[in-house]
Design a protein around this ligand. Structure first.
Ligand SMILES: [Zn+2]
Length: 309
């Protein structure tokens, strides 16, 4: 039995649960407000003190109880100035969180009724929330993969273009870090190895040039002299984890990648990494993603003024 086929009760988040938790736009707004300003308590820029804010009926805003100054929980978030209903946004987040191999903009369009263009833009925004900065522990496997390498299925104008190299490091039974690199040279790969792996990590890799480069780093970079001294070369059987990750991503983005181009590949890889890295977290994937929505991805003009920038 494939253990990933079974969703554990703690990870389950059904359509029914979604409908119950977020029946309206107001329920979604209230949740974003709670994540961002728990209890509605926030700095009132007018009173210059932290005060409780109350919902303003008919507006996506809350007001300071003392002076009535408005607070906008959606300002600067991926929802900023969007004309799409907040509940539709939440629904898209649920769809993107609940898939394993990915979901297309076409399917989002069908399920939500928004235009294809809007669906595509929403997904792009949601992906910005899926970027992780994480560190790994050994033993790890590392490998590089080519994306967009085959010309046979591409339209004429894309042939020979849009080829990208992705470098990946994965913990066995753990998390993954995968980044687009300009090439598989040491200048591209070693900084990533140095950034995400602690000293003396055991590394498994196939017999590609990658491992040789890591060994080379161990000898030549004094800060990292002992970092990867225990590097072993193993057969293909020992890179099953990273191979599995590549095939998951490739299966998912096959067909869409040629259309979106290399500039979006990293965000697609982030999307797959985000879900992969949380597959064993005993909470619904939807919650893990949705609670990132208060993140400031595009500070509003008002907030920029307040920050003095
Ligand atoms: Zn006030």
């Amino acid at each position: 039995m494939n253990r990933y086929q079974t969703v554990r009760p703690e990870q389950k988040y059904t359509a029914k649960m979604f409908d119950r938790q977020f029946p309206t736009d107001d329920a979604c707004l209230e949740q974003v407000k709670e994540w961002r300003f728990p209890g509605g308590v926030a700095l009132c820029v007018n009173c210059k003190v932290r005060r409780k804010h109350y919902r303003v009926t008919g507006r996506m805003a809350y007001a300071c109880y003392a002076c009535g100054n408005h607070l906008f929980p959606l300002a600067g978030t991926i929802f900023h100035k969007s004309t799409t209903s907040l509940r539709t946004w939440f629904y898209v987040i649920r769809l993107m969180a609940s898939t394993r191999v990915g979901i297309s903009a076409k399917q989002i369009q069908r399920e939500t009724g928004v235009t294809y263009k809007t669906a595509w833009r929403m997904m792009k925004q949601v992906r910005t929330l899926m970027e992780d900065r994480i560190y790994l522990k050994g033993p790890v496997e590392m490998d590089e993969a080519e994306f967009g390498g085959s010309d046979s299925n591409k339209p004429e104008h894309l042939r020979g273009k849009a080829k990208a190299t992705v470098f990946g490091i994965v913990e066995r039974k753990g998390k993954v870090v995968a980044r687009i690199v300009p090439d598989a040279t040491k200048e591209s790969i070693l900084p990533i190895v140095g950034e995400v792996l602690p000293p003396k990590t055991t590394i498994y890799s196939d017999e590609s040039a990658t491992l040789a480069l890591v060994k080379w780093m161990g000898k030549s970079h004094k800060h990292l002299t002992v970092n990867h001294s225990e590097a072993y070369v193993n057969g293909n059987a020992h890179t099953n984890t990273i191979d599995g990750f590549w095939s998951l991503v490739k299966r998912g983005i096959k067909g869409v990648y040629y259309q979106v181009g290399a500039e979006y590949l990293q965000s697609y890889i982030n999307e797959y990494s985000f879900r992969y890295n949380r597959r064993k977290v005993m909470r619904p994937m939807f919650s893990l993603l949705a609670e990132r929505t208060p993140r400031q991805v595009c500070p509003s003009a008002r907030e920029q003024r307040l920050l003095g920038s």
